[in-house]
Each structure stands twice: as structure tokens, then as C-alpha cells.
Design a binder for this molecule. Structure first.
Ligand code: PLP
Length: 438
């Protein structure tokens, strides 16, 4: 009989190699090196591994652990909810308390007019739901040819079939051979979108989707007034605007939702990650009152879309507690203030190191560009980001390097609970790590 409770690191590493196919990974590296770190616990901004070494979680794991690690309150609500009602269906006319309470809370905190939520288990499911939903909507409106989905180059929307098909970052699409039809990518200018509409015809376009700040692509802020112009173009041409707030939602950028930074209200909003700070798997698509009203009026049959775990009771209870913590601890404001500190830190690093080009950020989402020549923005032939990430790791800081599509970028998104002292610690480690590869 297998002793699955073993904590022997060598045994675990062996099992990891043999039995565990890791998401978004290098299979060869895993086979050669085994797992680099096996985490066992976390507290605040720190993760601890099997060797007892502590690491600053500089990306909030996957941009999601917004309230930080080790929150016993979430363990407590999970236990209580599971013991009370582990699962019941929300299909058709059945419902349960945590899903209803969370739906109402989401309507309260999202921008005015976004009032109704469809629950999923994560960001990819949310985006696939959004794509099906907008097409369903236009079908009900008597416009079944409005089905094209337009996204931006460098975007990331997940790995379900629709979500991958909408993802502008080519390496994710190239993983497989055949994608969903009717997905298109445009450059990040209003002119590019206008030209696309001109060429294809607005009567064929269902929706435009964008992250308020592109995360996986390398923390790219939109050009000035970009979203206001895009939203106006969408309205003019009867095209729905989907904001992918999977990373930017729940305080990450210094406002509750990323779109608030840019003065627009989307028609649909995809959320996940920070909705539970990663303590349970949950996502959702939030739709405008107008879309909901139209669906109510025009629906002619069943709404044939639903996941078993649409509104899982424990995930909903965890989300409610998580949002309560974000509000009570004023974490949205902390994200804004500490984001400013982090950016100041990046600017100081820029003065210290010639190889740092542009630095940028909004709230606790930030990036540092590595360049060979600041004036021309020329990159190193062999990107330095992976080496810097490795040096940071040795010194107890986890963050990510982006090297797809010619980038050489360091990206950061620490938990929203981070304080000044911890930001300084992060910057000091980075200073040493960058110094070590020069
Ligand atoms: N959309 C965005 C903007 C994301 O960053 C991600 C994940 O990183 C997703 C969608 C996909 O979410 P999930 O991994 O929960 O399916």
C-alpha cells in the first residue's frame, strides 16, 4: 500500500517526475531536475518549502493570493460551509445561500450597471462562458452572424479552447494544432480596431475582449485614453466590450476593478483569481443590467450552459470572506500606496543598473524591462530575465521573467497585504540579483 502521507522530499520528487504532469511547464526540465521547490506552508507574503526556507511570493503565486497566505479565517469558513452543505446544485431553479449572497455582494462592488453574475471555476471558464454568452445574446437579438471575437496582441485569456483562441500570445496558441473559429487579434491602437471593423463588417463582430492591464504578456498598461476610445467604437458599432479582470480584479491595480482606472464600464466582466485569493477555485462572468434584461425578455428556451461547479458553496463562502477581508483591511488602498512604493523602488534600481530600461506599474502590478542599450531599447541576444529570476530565487524572492515574443521583462504582483518594509526587502534582493548577472 502506497504511503501517500510521506513527506520525504526524495520520494515526493520522484513521484512528481513520474506521476505529475505540470501545467505551463518545461517537461524536459522537470524530468532532469525534478521540482525546484515543494511548498509546504505560507504566511502573509511568504511561502515556505520542504527545506524550511522562506520565499517572498512576489507574484502572489499566480497573481491570485491577494490577501496573502495562511488566513485561518478562510479555513474556518470552508470547514463550516463543507460541514453544513458540501454541495448542492444551482442548475435550473435550485439555489443555495452562499451563491446568492456572493452574487449580491459582487453586484454591490462592481461598477454601476454590472449586476448579475454567472459562476465558473476559473478564468478560462469565465472567458469561454463570455464568448458563448455574447454569441447567444446576438442570436436572441436576431443577429446570429455577429460572432467574431476580437482580442489584442500580447493578451492572455486562459487555456480552454475559446480562451486559448482569444489569446494574443502566439506560443500559447501554438501548443495545439486546431483552434476555435472566429477569433481575431488586433494591435493596441483604436485605429487598428477601426480598420478591422471596416474590413470585416461590424455585423460580423460579437465582442472585443481585453485585460485592463495585460498581465502574462508582461504587465503592459494601455495607451492613454485607449479604452475610452475603444468603448466608444464598440458602442458606435454595436459590439460588446468584455473586460478580462481575472488578474486586475479585486484590488490588484489600486481600485477594486481595473476598468475603474480607465473610466469605462464594460458590458461583461470576467473574474477569477483574486475573488477567493486562491483559497478555492472560483470565477465568474458579470453582465450588465441591459444584457440581463434583454436575456430575460428574449430567451426562448433553456439557457444551455452550466458547469457542475457553477457557484460551488464552499468557493462562494470563501469568496465572501475574502471580499470582507479586502474591505475591512482596506487592501485596495494599500495596493495603491504600496504600488507607488514598489514603482519608486524600481526607479531606484533603474538608477543603479544600466541594464534596466523602462519600469512601469499600477497598483501592485509592475514590470522592469531589461535592455542592452537604454537609448535604442536593444535587447540582449540571450535574455537575462531567467537568470535574474534564478538569482532572486537563491536569495528568497519569487517573481517571473517574460521572454516570449522578444521580451526580456521582470514582472511582479505581490500580495495586497505587503508593507513598506517588505517592499524594501524585495527591492534589495532584486538589486543583488540584477548585480549578480551583470
Ligand atoms: N484571463 C487572464 C487575464 C489571466 O491572467 C488568466 C490566468 O492567468 C486567465 C484568464 C485564465 O484563468 P485560469 O487560469 O483561472 O483559467
Amino acid at each position: 500500500v502506497l504511503s501517500t502521507s510521506t513527506t520525504d522530499r526524495e520520494v515526493l520528487a520522484e513521484w512528481d517526475k513520474k506521476h505529475f504532469l505540470h501545467p505551463t511547464s518545461s517537461i524536459k526540465q522537470q524530468q532532469e531536475e525534478g521540482p525546484a521547490l515543494i511548498f509546504t506552508e505560507g504566511k502573509g507574503i511568504y511561502l515556505k518549502d520542504t527545506e524550511g526556507k522562506e520565499y517572498i511570493d512576489g507574484l502572489s503565486s499566480l497573481w491570485n493570493v491577494n490577501i496573502g497566505h495562511g488566513r485561518e479565517e478562510l479555513g474556518k469558513v470552508s470547514m463550516e460551509q463543507m460541514a453544513k452543505l458540501g454541495f448542492s446544485s444551482t442548475f435550473a431553479t435550485f439555489s443555495h445561500e452562499p451563491a446568492i449572497q456572493l452574487a449580491a455582494k459582487i453586484a454591490e462592488i462592481t461598477p454601476e450597471g454590472l449586476d448579475t453574475v454567472f459562476f465558473t471555476s476559473g478564468g478560462s471558464e469565465s472567458n469561454d462562458t463570455a464568448f458563448k454568452l455574447v454569441r447567444h445574446y446576438w442570436k436572441l437579438k436576431g443577429l446570429p452572424d455577429k460572432k467574431k471575437i476580437v482580442s489584442r496582441r500580447k493578451s492572455y485569456h486562459g487555456v480552454a479552447m475559446g480562451a486559448t483562441s482569444a489569446t494574443g500570445l502566439k506560443p500559447f496558441r501554438d501548443f495545439t494544432t486546431s483552434l476555435a473559429p472566429d477569433f481575431y487579434y488586433v494591435d493596441s491602437t483604436p485605429e487598428a480596431f477601426k480598420a478591422f471593423i471596416e474590413a470585416e463588417g461590424a455585423e460580423t463582430i460579437a465582442a472585443f475582449i481585453s485585460e485592463p492591464i495585460q498581465g502574462t504578456g508582461g504587465v503592459h498598461l494601455p495607451p492613454q485614453d485607449y479604452f475610452k476610445e475603444i468603448k466608444a467604437i464598440c458602442e458606435e458599432h454595436n459590439i460588446l466590450f468584455i473586460a478580462d479582470e481575472v488578474i486586475t480584479g479585486f484590488g490588484r491595480t489600486g481600485t477594486f476593478f481595473g476598468v475603474e482606472q480607465f473610466g469605462i464600464v464594460p458590458d461583461l466582466m470576467s473574474v477569477a483569481k483574486g475573488i477567493t485569493s486562491g483559497y478555492a477555485a472560483l470565477g465568474g462572468v458579470i453582465i450588465s443590467r441591459e444584457i440581463h434584461n434583454d436575456l430575460i425578455e428574449l430567451s426562448d428556451g433553456l439557457f444551455m450552459h452550466g458547469y457542475t461547479y457553477s457557484g460551488h458553496p464552499t468557493a462562494c463562502a470563501v469568496a465572501l470572506k475574502n471580499i470582507e477581508i479586502i474591505e475591512e483591511e482596506d487592501l485596495v488602498n494599500n495596493s495603491k500606496l504600496m504600488g507607488e512604493e514598489m514603482l519608486q523602488g524600481f526607479k531606484w534600481l533603474q538608477q543603479e543598473h544600466e541594464i534596466i530600461g523602462e519600469v512601469r506599474g499600477l497598483g501592485l502590478m509592475g514590470a522592469i524591462e531589461i535592455v542592452k542599450d537604454r537609448k535604442t531599447n536593444e535587447r540582449f541576444a540571450d535574455p537575462l530575465a531567467p537568470k535574474i529570476v534564478a538569482e532572486s530565487l537563491k536569495r528568497g524572492l519569487i517573481h517571473r521573467g517574460v521572454i516570449y515574443e522578444g521580451a526580456d521583462t521582470l514582472i511582479f504582483a505581490p500580495p495586497l497585504t505587503i508593507d513598506k518594509y517588505e517592499i524594501n526587502k524585495m527591492i534589495n534582493i532584486l538589486n543583488e540579483a540584477i548585480g549578480a548577472v551583470k
